[in-house]
Design a protein around this ligand. Structure first.
Ligand SMILES: C[S@@+](CC[C@H](N)C(=O)[O-])C[C@H]1O[C@@H](n2cnc3c(N)ncnc32)[C@H](O)[C@@H]1O
Length: 274
C-alpha cells in the first residue's frame, strides 16, 4: 500500500515537473549522464531499454548510438514525460525510439531475453522496491547483456538534500523516503549481486551543481523535480516559507557565480551471465 502511494506521488509529481525539469537540472546532470552513456557502450543495431527515461536526456544519445538498425524502448511512470519524449522524437524524426508509460519495477510487457542493454539514469531513487527492477532487468536481458544504473550518492555529499525534510514537514506522506539509500556505501552493487548479476562495477563521482541565482536553484528544487506535486498544493505563505528555508540551507554554497552546490552520484554497471 505504501509502495503504491509512493508510485502515485512519483507519477503525478513528475507530470507536474515536466516543463521545468531540463531548465532546472540539465546542466547539473550532464556529467553523470555522459558517464552512464560511456559505461553503457551502446553499439549499432542493439536493442536497448531505458527506464525512467524522463524527457530523454539519456534516451536520445542512446538512440543515436544504436543507429536506425537498433531499437530503443524508453519508459517512464509519468505520462507527461513520455509525451514530451515522443514529441521530441517525432520532431527530430527519430524512428528507432518507442516510448511507453511503464513503472520501472514492472517490465512484464517485455519478453525474456529481448534486450542487449538496460539503462536507468537517476530513476531508482524514486522506485519503492528497486530489487524488482534488478530482477526484471536480468530477465529481459539477453545472456551476456549489460545493465547500467546511475543514482544520486550519499546524503551527506549532496548539498541540496534539505529540500526533502523541508517539504516533508509540510505534507502528510514523505515525497521520497528512500532517496539516498541506493547511493549510500555499496548498496546498489550488493543488490545487483543479490539479484543475480555478474561483473559488477561501481563508480562514485563527485560534482558541483551550478545554479546562476536564487530563482534557478528554487526552480530546480521545487518545480523541476519530484516535490513539484506537493509544492503545487501549498498556499502562497507556505511556499514562501519553504523557499526561504531551502535558500538558507544552500546559503553555504553561494558565491559570486550564484550557487555551486556539492553533489555525488554512483554509477553501477553489471552483466547477465552468458
Ligand atoms: C530525475 S528524472 C531522470 C530522467 C532521465 N533518466 C534523465 O536522466 O534525465 C527521474 C524520472 O524517474 C521517473 N520515475 C519515478 N518513479 C518511477 C517509477 N517507479 N517507474 C518509472 N519511472 C519512474 C520520473 O517520472 C522521472 O521522469
Amino acid at each position: 500500500m505504501r509502495s503504491q502511494l509512493q508510485r502515485r506521488i512519483q507519477r503525478y509529481g513528475w507530470d507536474k515537473a515536466v516543463d521545468d525539469y531540463e531548465a532546472g537540472w540539465k546542466a547539473s546532470l550532464a556529467l553523470v549522464q555522459s558517464r552512464l552513456l560511456k559505461t553503457a557502450e551502446a553499439k549499432k543495431g542493439e536493442d536497448v531499454l531505458d527506464l525512467a527515461c524522463g524527457t530523454g536526456l539519456v534516451s536520445f544519445p542512446l538512440a543515436q548510438a544504436i543507429g536506425p538498425e537498433g531499437r530503443l524502448v524508453a519508459t517512464d511512470i509519468s505520462e507527461k514525460m513520455v509525451e514530451e519524449l515522443e514529441a521530441v522524437a517525432h520532431a527530430i524524426r527519430a524512428t528507432n525510439i518507442e516510448a511507453t508509460r511503464a513503472d520501472g519495477e514492472m517490465l512484464d510487457m517485455f519478453d525474456d531475453q529481448r534486450f542487449d542493454l538496460v539503462t536507468c539514469a537517476l530513476g531508482l531513487m524514486y522506485f519503492p522496491e528497486p530489487m524488482n527492477t534488478f530482477r526484471q532487468s536480468l530477465r529481459v536481458l539477453k545472456p551476456g547483456g549489460r545493465a547500467v544504473f546511475a543514482v544520486w550518492g550519499a546524503r551527506k555529499n549532496c548539498g541540496w538534500a534539505d529540500i526533502f525534510p523541508i517539504v516533508d514537514a509540510r505534507v502528510q506522506s514523505e515525497v521520497c523516503p528512500m532517496f539516498f539509500r541506493m547511493g549510500t556505501g555499496s548498496v546498489m552493487a550488493n543488490e545487483l549481486k543479490e539479484a543475480g548479476f555478474t561483473d559488477i562495477k561501481e563508480e562514485r563521482i563527485s560534482t558541483v551543481l551550478p545554479f546562476a541565482n536564487d530563482e534557478n536553484a528554487i526552480t530546480a528544487a521545487f518545480t523541476g523535480g519530484p516535490v513539484a506535486l506537493a509544492y503545487g498544493r501549498f498556499d502562497e505563505a507556505t511556499r514562501a516559507e519553504a523557499k526561504q528555508e531551502y535558500l538558507a540551507s544552500i546559503a553555504p554554497y553561494k558565491n559570486s557565480n550564484g550557487y555551486e552546490i556539492p553533489g555525488e552520484f554512483v554509477v553501477c554497471s553489471a552483466r547477465k551471465a552468458e
